[in-house]
Design a protein around this ligand. Structure first.
Ligand code: NAD
Length: 475
């Protein structure tokens, strides 16, 4: 049921022969699923050469023809959704329903980028002198090097691949070694759709070695990374040495602000379901809950009831609503958050412990009465732990919400349109959901500010990220 794992370089699928490699583990069982081959230095140089050649082919292919191949890849991904989702659940842990939705959304992203790529026009600006034509062109930046993490094995790679291809760039992607199958299956769809050799290349290996080799190569002109802030800063510094364009989609610690004028139970129903998606291992996951005093007790009770009702288990089992964490590092992190909260007087309303004796399961957890300087309120949880605290006034909660160096996503619930507008403007964040959690769609920009990164994926911004603006003044 799991995928055959290979590298994809210059239109060739390459297996482990003579290469180093590593085991891929099923987080629901702790057992080995497959061996993943690592790219050698020679493989990386071949990928760079192939991408350089592929760029010449792809940028000279019309946007119309590029879109046809991309749409075919999207159709293949939809046809293969069950298989891809199964492999993805086996390696990452999320429930099959979530996995399938991720794969179908990935297909939608390819379609949207394919179409929008056809509309990436420049413009003509009237000249000051008669006979002068001022032309603004959008040109693909060139070869892209992209790096993606383990929480969305298909969706995160697709945002980078589809954006780059729609703009006319070629790309080398290093997907997560812990969850490689999602991207292997995605790349297969593009290969089977007839994408020319070298336009898309997939490698795996030791992350720091691969990124250093690719980012410092003169062939690469753009970097796109999704992952943790420390790694993002390291790659941004490497990119800066070559003055290369970079998109950095890093971590967050998203505040949720529930005002007294909104039904606290309705807010709890919406946001609790969103909180435990992918066991909280989502960069835009709601992670700090501030509830205005009047509705606080009702919100905590309803939220806790939701958490208690979740069914932990292997994501491939139909009844499972909460899968395991993706790796043992997250288990250690959850224990450290809970222990720190307990030591500071936090009350565990539910959960707080590992679950079962195989795999990496952690109970859905709700903590109250934690101070603002506790670990869980200041460090990105990236797991199924939810701290809920009360607040009194608008100004106070804005100050608390904006007090961290993160700025990726934020959420608020209010029934006053004046307050909705005020909170949307006051929060320092790349994305704000007001009475809504729909902040990630193919057609809208997705990205953070402050230490959560820079640049956007999705929307027209996500294609512009792979284009240079050129001005031609023609007399
Ligand atoms: P990590 O920082 O070691 O790795 C994060 C990702 O970056 C992994 O996929 C890894 O393979 C990759 N990576 C690591 N070093 C790299 C390098 N030098 N060059 C290129 N890629 C590199 O951390 P982790 O233990 O996997 O996750 C810890 C934290 O990372 C989480 O708590 C969360 O804050 C953050 N994270 C964020 C996202 C996101 O979607 N923004 C995704 C995964 C993890």
């Amino acid at each position: 049921m799991y995928s055959e794992l290979k590298l994809y370089i210059d239109g060739q699928w390459l297996n482990g022969e003579g290469r180093k490699g590593e085991d891929v583990i099923n987080p629901a069982t702790g057992k080995v699923l497959a061996q993943l081959p690592h790219a050698s230095k020679a493989d990386l140089d071949n990928a760079l050469g192939a991408a350089e050649k592929g760029f010449q082919v792809w940028k000279n292919t019309s946007a119309y023809d590029r879109a046809k191949i991309m749409r075919k890849a999207a159709d293949l991904l939809r046809e293969r959704a069950e298989k891809v989702a199964t492999a993805q659940t086996m390696e990452q842990g999320k429930s099959f329903a979530e996995s399938r939705m991720e794969v179908l959304t990935s297909a939608d992203i390819i379609d949207w980028c394919a179409e929008e790529g056809r509309r990436s026009y420049g413009r003509i600006v009237p000249g000051r002198t008669k006979g002068v034509r001022q032309i603004v062109l959008q040109e693909p930046v060139g070869v892209v090097a992209a790096f993606t993490p383990w929480n969305f094995p298909t969706l995160t790679p697709v945002r980078k691949i589809a954006g780059a291809l729609a703009a006319g760039c070629s790309i080398i992607i290093k997907a997560s070694e812990e969850t490689p199958a999602g991207c292997v299956e995605l790349v297969k769809c593009f290969a089977d759709a007839g994408l020319p050799a070298g336009v898309l290349n997939l490698v795996f290996g030791v992350p720091a070695t691969i990124s250093e080799h690719l980012v410092t190569s003169d062939i690469v002109r753009k970097i796109s990374f999704t992952g943790s802030i420390p790694v993002g800063k390291h790659l941004a510094a490497l990119a800066a040495q070559g003055m290369k364009r970079a998109t950095m989609e890093l971590g967050g610690h998203s505040p949720v602000i529930v005002f007294d004028d909104y039904d606290p139970e309705k807010a709890a129903d919406t946001i609790a379901a969103f909180k435990y998606r992918n066991a909280g291992q989502v960069c835009i996951s709601p992670t700090r809950f501030y509830v205005q005093e009047k509705g606080y007790n009702k919100f905590v009770a309803r939220f806790t009831e939701y958490a208690k009702g979740l069914k932990l288990g292997d994501g491939l089992e139909k009844t499972t609503t909460l899968g395991p964490l993706a790796n043992p590092r997250r288990l250690d992190a959850m224990e450290s958050f809970v222990n720190d909260a307990r030591a500071r007087g936090g009350k565990i309303q539910t959960g707080g412990n590992r679950h079962g004796n195989q795999g990496f399961f952690f109970e859905p957890t709700v903590i109250t009465d934690v101070p603002d300087d506790s670990k869980i309120m200041t460090e990105e949880p990236f797991g199924p732990v939810a701290p809920i605290v009360p607040f009194k006034t608008f100004d106070e909660v804005v100050q608390r919400a904006n007090s961290l160096q993160f700025g990726l996503a934020a959420y608020s619930f209010t029934s006053s349109s004046a307050q909705a507008q005020a909170i949307g403007e006051a929060i320092q964040s790349g994305m704000v959901g007001v009475n809504s959690v729909a902040i990630s769609t193919p057609e809208t920009p997705f990205g953070g500010i402050k230490e959560s990164g820079y640049g956007s994926e999705g929307g027209i911004e996500g294609i512009q990220a792979y284009m240079n603006t050129k001005f031609i003044s023609q007399a």
